[in-house]
Write a protein that binds this ligand. Structure first.
Ligand code: AMP
Ligand code: ZN
Length: 482
């Protein structure tokens, strides 16, 4: 498989430390609020990557942290602790906030059919591990104490900027407008490993340490959690593109300095989902969550389909219109699959293998999910029986996670049950449910039955004016948007 590696800036053949086995790490959510659908774009694409690695025959151990301490409002150790901000906003304790939003995150994941990683560890569970790592970094001269905090000394590294070659001035953090520069730092991009001198008197979570009562910096948690559950050699590290600097850069700095050897050769970053107005935010305007999509009548899996239609390394623009288009395409796909009969014949292994090869070729090319979605349509068009097509689609769906077999079966059941209810079946060709339109189609059928053809024609015209085409079929009518 070829996968783009942000550490080398190239598409590379994916290789692992132990053949056939992948140690994979994903940066998890900061649980101070609901995840927005931008965050979830990253988790959807990482889920597809994990599922594809398994599909391609790897055995995968996937680890993820839950950030419940140490992530300040600026990624550069400045500002307020995000968890504390969440607790204040809701008049709850930090632990209550963490528990509530961790559960909410996994509920969103369930709705989006994102598998839970093999290991999920809240940052606050491994404080002893961070203390051990920081102690060694201090002993070996990679870290220093200043003003009560422990900092990592980036000048001790031969190469600090792994993901970008920008000059230090451009990247300098802590010098943004309105943010006070931390004068304890020896170098501008040095970062905090352990805070004792908290600017926030009411910091809720504190632990004893050799350097005083305090709490860990944000970056150390991922190194500590990964080294504990993935071991010393990580194969693949993922996150959203904003994590590359400073978070992932700092993870590499501290992990390699601690281990004394290289840590993770392959880094995968998912590009952002933005709104038409720009950056997606949890504080400005409409807060785009999975629940909001549901409230507006969208199927969360239609959002997953929307994400899969584009490449993970390209920025994606969210708009309701774009989601509408994806929903129509998803529903059409489902109704075409529902029209297949899984009991039609026996699976043709040669056709299965041919289509699987095409699917894997797309996915082996830097996880080209939009091409893989196109292969779904190739399956529908293939010269093969229903059993073969259904088996192939079921197989691809173990990677794409769109619940195609389940949803198609539901649709088939619904369509079969409809005539039994009142002897008149209304089939939506695009899978869309719309009570208004169904009522008009039914009224037209009643008018025809009563030989009121003028009324029947009037209703047909009304539907047409609304962009709906109705076709009579035995026992009912089918409709679609034109
Ligand atoms: P956070 O909860 O802020 O720590 O972020 C969780 C994950 O979402 C991280 O991997 C981020 O890099 C990623 N992320 C943040 N914003 C976006 C976005 N707009 N689109 C895609 N991924 C994002
Ligand atoms: Zn991380």
């Amino acid at each position: 498989m070829y996968l783009y590696n942000s550490a080398t800036h190239k598409k590379e053949e994916f290789k692992t430390h132990t053949p056939g086995h992948v140690e994979m790490y994903t940066c998890g959510p900061t649980v101070y609020h609901f995840a927005h659908i931008g965050n979830l774009r990253s988790y959807i694409m990482e889920d597809v990557l994990e599922k594809y690695l398994r599909y391609a025959g790897y055995d995968v151990n996937r680890v993820m942290n839950i950030t419940d301490v140490g992530h300040l409002t600026s990624d550069a150790d400045e500002g307020e602790d995000k968890m504390l901000k969440g607790a204040k906003r809701e008049h709850k304790t930090v632990m209550e906030i963490a528990r509530f939003y961790t559960d909410a995150f996994f509920e969103d994941c369930r709705k989006l059919n994102i598998k839970r990683p093999d290991v999920v560890e809240p940052a606050t569970n491994l404080i002893e591990d961070y203390i051990r790592i920081i102690t060694k970094l201090l002993d070996t001269g990679y870290a220093y104490l200043a003003g009560g905090n422990v900092y990592f000394d980036t000048s001790k590294l031969q190469r600090y900027y792994i993901f970008n070659d920008h000059n230090e001035e451009d990247l300098a953090v802590g010098v943004r407008e309105g943010v006070e520069e931390d004068t304890n730092k020896r170098n501008r991009n040095d970062f905090v490993l352990w805070f004792t001198k908290s600017k926030f008197e009411d910091q809720a979570l504190k632990w004893d340490s050799p350097w005083g009562v305090g709490y860990p910096g944000w970056h150390i948690e991922c190194s500590g959690i990964s080294m504990k559950y993935n071991g010393e050699y990580l194969d693949l590290h993922c996150g959203g593109v904003d994590n590359a600097f400073p978070h992932h850069t700092n993870e590499i700095a501290q992990s390699e300095s601690y281990l004394g050897h290289s840590w993770c050769p392959h880094w995968c970053h998912v590009a952002h989902l933005n709104t038409e107005g720009g950056k997606m935010s949890k504080s400005k305007g409409e807060f785009l969550t999975v629940s909001l999509l549901e409230e507006k009548g969208y199927d969360p899996l239609a959002y997953r389909f929307f994400c899969l239609q584009s490449h993970y390394r390209k920025g994606l623009v969210f708009s309701w219109e774009n989601l509408d288009n994806a929903t129509v395409a998803f529903n059409k796909l489902l109704s075409k699959i529902a029209a297949l009969d899984p009991r039609d014949g026996a699976v043709d292994e040669a056709v299965f293998a041919e289509l699987k090869e095409k699917f894997m070729k797309a996915m082996d090319n830097d996880l080209n999910t939009s091409m893989a979605v196109t292969v779904l349509y190739d399956v529908l068009k293939a010269k093969a029986n229903g059993a073969t097509k259904c088996a192939v689609l079921e197989s691809f769906d173990t990677v794409l996670g769109l619940k195609l077999p389940e949803k198609a079966a539901e649709l088939r059941k619904k369509q079969a049950a409809a005539p039994a209810a009142d002897g008149f079946a209304i089939i939506s060709e695009c899978g869309e449910e719309n009570a208004d339109i169904e009522a008009l189609i039914r009224a037209r059928a009643d008018a025809k039955k009563a030989k009121n053809f003028a009324e029947a024609d009037r209703i047909r015209d009304e539907l047409k004016a609304r962009g709906i085409e109705v076709t009579d079929v035995p026992g009912g009518a089918k409709w679609k948007r034109i």
